[in-house]
Design a protein around this ligand. Structure first.
Ligand code: PLP
Length: 444
């Protein structure tokens, strides 16, 4: 049996290898600290869970683009909180933003531009959709953010100034998908932005977005702005790229992170009027593949997006816990000479152990894969190697998800007390222990 070239090798990432190693260590009775898998530690709000239960009897299909009232509520949420102007007509609801992002890549004849480190699925999705893909490395000194200058350089190369887009931005940039042969200039460039970022934990300020928008507009880019962690901006001040580049930005988001409901599979795509053909094509592709997102889940999502004072208070508490915990971890790692950007949103850190390269090399560690593997076997701390996120194998970076704690208990407790180190020790003790153990291990 022959598999299509696009799927050959797709399932063999180091993430899976790490999961297998973690499973084996667990079966041997080892206690592990789970900083590898990035899932919200917080439960979905009670009233949203109740809405799911109350709507379980609804078995009819919903319209492909989603329940009209939900599309209204999503539009209002993004307009009110993220500074974009969104109408219900601009919203497509789907079974997770991941699926919607894939459909965007599928329906556009584009070359996808992905700043790295990047979430693990953008490049494989480009490959599945047979789209050429260009990665553009970012730097820890820039907070792992794409700079307008790097975007400009990438666009110039796309326009054919210096040849193929795949050589943009000097060493390190590379192709993430087959089929990128020949000049790419004829294709529409589709830039994927993600902030607050997975794996970086950093975000873009308004001035950064305005500067990127200026470059994007000049070069006629489309932007797919993955804002799934937007509501987990630690200051609660997420601003959408759509505010700065309204006619060229598609935004994705959903319930998975801020509402702790990843497994419910509910995402949304916001399509500006100027790109309505893209929305139509996504809806057509959706109708031929998944039909519509689950009906009971859409009713529960309606409750979540309409919101309430309890939901708002819960979200604020999540942000305070994540901000304090993430900063504690970054500072502790920094004190152990592991460079780490202060987190600004979501629940990830992307520390760089490069300063310690000589010491680690003496221990036979010279790739991020080996670093993650040895950390896991020698300290029980599960992380993911930076190479899984599009970084060079020899860059000693890891992704940490600081989520190994009981989010429900932490939320209850923070209603009664300040979130200080004592709080973190009591309610997020496993994360603190994992970071301390990593720091002790690198200092050995
Ligand atoms: C950066 C990023 N984008 C998108 C997704 C997918 O979200 P959804 O559950 O809406 O498919 C995730 C989930 O881990 C993510 O981390």
């Amino acid at each position: 049996m022959a598999l299509d070239a696009r799927v050959e090798g797709l399932a063999t990432s180091a993430t899976l290898a790490m999961n297998e190693l973690a499973a084996r260590l667990t079966s041997e009775g080892r206690e592990l600290f789970r900083l590898g898998f990035g899932q919200s530690p917080f439960p979905a709000p009670d009233e949203v869970v109740a809405a799911l239960r109350d709507n379980a009897h609804r078995c009819d299909y919903l319209p492909v683009r989603g329940l009209p009232a939900l599309r209204e509520a999503i539009a209002a949420h993004h307009t009110r909180l993220h500074g974009a102007t969104v109408k219900a007509d601009n919203v497509v609801v789907g079974p997770g933003s991941k699926q919607l992002m894939y459909l965007v890549q599928l329906v556009l004849d584009a070359v996808t531009i992905v700043p790295t480190p990047a979430w693990v699925s953008y490049v494989p999705q480009a490959r599945l959709a047979s789209r050429p893909c260009v990665t553009v490395p970012t730097a820890i000194d820039d907070g792992w953010r794409l700079t307008p200058a790097a975007l400009e350089a990438t666009c110039r190369e796309a326009a054919g100034d210096q040849g193929q887009l795949a050589t943009a931005n000097g060493g390190g940039a590379g192709r993430g998908a087959p089929g990128a042969s020949g000049r790419l200039a004829a294709r529409l460039p589709l830039l994927i932005l993600n902030y607050p970022g997975n794996p970086t934990g950093t975000t873009y300020q308004e001035s950064d977005l305005a500067a990127l928008a200026e470059v994007a507009e000049r070069h006629d880019l489309l932007v797919l702005s993955d804002e799934i962690y937007g509501d987990l901006d630690h200051r609660g001040q997420h601003v959408s790229m759509a505010r700065f580049y309204p006619d060229g930005t598609l935004v994705t988001s959903g319930l998975s992170k801020w509402c702790g409901a990843g497994g419910w599979r509910l995402g949304c795509l916001l399509v500006p009027d100027a790109l309505s053909r893209v929305g139509d094509a996504v809806a057509a592709a959706a109708s031929e593949t998944y039909s519509a997102a689950s009906t009971p889940v859409q009713h529960a999502a309606l409750q979540a997006y309409r919101g309430s004072s309890e939901i708002t208070a819960g979200l604020e508490a999540q942000r305070r816990i994540l901000a304090t915990l993430g900063s504690w971890c970054a500072e502790r790692l920094g004190a152990a000479s592991v460079r780490t950007c202060k987190p600004q949103g979501g629940f990830y850190l992307f520390p760089d152990f490069g300063v310690l390269a000589d010491r680690l090399a003496e221990r036979g560690i010279d790739t991020s894969d080996e670093l993650a593997r040895r950390l896991l076997t020698e300290t029980g701390v599960a992380t993911l190697p930076g190479s899984d996120f599009g970084r060079p194998p020899r860059e000693l970076a890891l992704r940490l998800a600081y989520v190994d704690f009981d989010g429900a208990a932490a939320l209850r407790a923070c209603a009664e007390r300040e979130i200080d180190e004592g709080f973190l020790r009591q309610h997020c003790g496993r994360v603190l222990a994992a970071i301390e153990s990593m720091c002790e291990w690198v200092g050995r």
